[in-house]
Design a protein around this ligand. Structure first.
Ligand SMILES: NC(=O)c1ccc[n+]([C@@H]2O[C@H](COP(=O)([O-])OP(=O)(O)OC[C@H]3O[C@@H](n4cnc5c(N)ncnc54)[C@H](OP(=O)(O)O)[C@@H]3O)[C@@H](O)[C@H]2O)c1
Length: 348
């Protein structure tokens, strides 16, 4: 049986080690096997290792953002052939994870990489985009329902939205999706050094988080918007920021959280009409599937047309081995405004 290299979490809360494991062959019907050229790093990867999340069996392979070449095509798959450049979201399961040289993918949730994108750029998209898109666009309870068909007809031109944590990977996609839905005013809260870049993605106002604390944020937003209500808050940070976002939100508005929901009690207690969703950014979950498929159908075109730009990327050295240092940097909050990308084929 032929072998491949993979980055394994050896045991529960154990070390990351590069090891040889069998290479997958013969994809099941409806699936592809993909040679992984680029895999992006996400905060959840180190959290799985540190807190023993999601996986019941070890060694475990993580990595949810993948770009590469189709290696094998399963029965019944249409639209993909060997050698196609593709990108997709991996899963919390060894056979679908990105930190290995070959992995499996569900063909309904795979997109072709547009010509103008590198593998690294393409790998920066799936998780961040899904987390932003499901939260903002999908119908309740997955999201707040702004554009459930994921088409170009959504028009919120007179309305105001706020993205807390606009420079996070997720936040950058939230800003772009709000622009795609034609929000008239898109305010973001992030480090001031990213302001120009975030404006290029669609933000109309940037509040510097180094100058304005979360407790001051509602007042500063009110000064910017005047009497206009804030209909949407996307909170890509979701710590104490939740309370600030909730306070700013209009009485009939919707807030999307990327972390544990600390607002639900408050909403139930006060009988508030505000909608609050804690997003699960996984397009192939049964509850998200219909929306996820619609999103993947349109994804390549959106990128080709320039409606959606990938994150800025930093390529890591040393193949799969390089992921270990990269995850340490994410853990220590040392990554700002870029997506770290590993290249599994460069593993020695
Ligand atoms: N629910 C889900 O399905 C799901 C999916 C994906 C991610 N997430 C979660 O969503 C969050 C964002 O993930 P990500 O991968 O997009 O993060 P990321 O790109 O790694 O985020 C890094 C950025 O966080 C920003 N930041 C840190 N503290 C901040 C604060 N208090 N206010 C504003 N910005 C702050 C920094 O911004 P500056 O450089 O501007 O200071 C930095 O650029 C994480 O907590 C992640 O676990 C959830």
């Amino acid at each position: 049986m032929s072998e491949q290299k993979a980055l394994l979490i050896e045991s529960k809360r154990g070390r990351f080690v590069v090891s040889s494991i069998p290479k997958p062959t013969l994809p099941p019907p409806g699936e592809l096997i993909v040679k992984v050229k680029a895999a992006a790093l996400n905060p959840i990867d180190w959290k799985i290792q540190a807190y023993d999340l999601f996986y019941e069996k070890y060694p475990a392979i993580v990595g949810n953002d993948v770009a590469g070449d189709v290696e094998e095509v399963g029965e019944g798959v249409v639209g993909f052939k060997k050698g196609d450049r593709v990108f997709f979201q991996g899963a919390f399961a060894n056979e679908y994870a990105g930190y290995q040289q070959y992995t499996r993918a569900r063909a309904g949730f795979v997109a072709h990489i547009p010509q103008q994108l590198s593998y690294s750029q393409a790998a920066s998209i799936p998780v961040g985009l899904a987390t932003a898109a499901i939260g903002l666009y999908a119908n309740h309870p997955s999201g707040i329902g702004l554009n459930p068909l994921f088409d170009s007809s959504a028009n919120y031109s007179g309305q105001v939205a706020l993205v807390i944590g606009g420079s996070t990977s997720v936040g950058q996609y939230a800003i772009q999706l709000l622009r795609y839905a034609r929000f008239g005013c898109i305010i973001t809260y992030a480090s001031g050094r990213h302001s120009e870049y975030l404006k290029s993605l669609g933000a109309t106002e940037c509040i510097d988080r180094k100058q304005v604390s979360l407790s001051e944020l509602p007042e500063v937003v009110r000064k910017l918007t005047g009497a206009a209500p804030v209909k949407v808050v996307y909170d890509a940070i979701s710590n104490d920021s939740q309370l600030a976002g909730y306070e700013i939100l209009a009485d009939d508005g919707g807030i999307v959280l990327t972390g544990e929901n600390k607002l639900q009690d408050k909403i139930s207690r006060t009988g508030s009409m505000k909608t609050c969703v804690r997003v699960v950014g996984i397009p192939f979950l049964p509850i998200n599937q219909e929306f996820g498929k619609a999103m993947y159908k349109r994804l390549a075109n959106l990128v080709e047309d320039g409606d959606l730009l990938p994150n800025r990327v930093e390529d890591l050295p040393n193949g799969l081995e390089g992921i270990v240092d990269g995850l340490e940097r994410l853990k220590k909050d040392q990554v700002s405004g870029v997506k770290l990308i590993a290249h599994p084929q460069e593993t020695s």
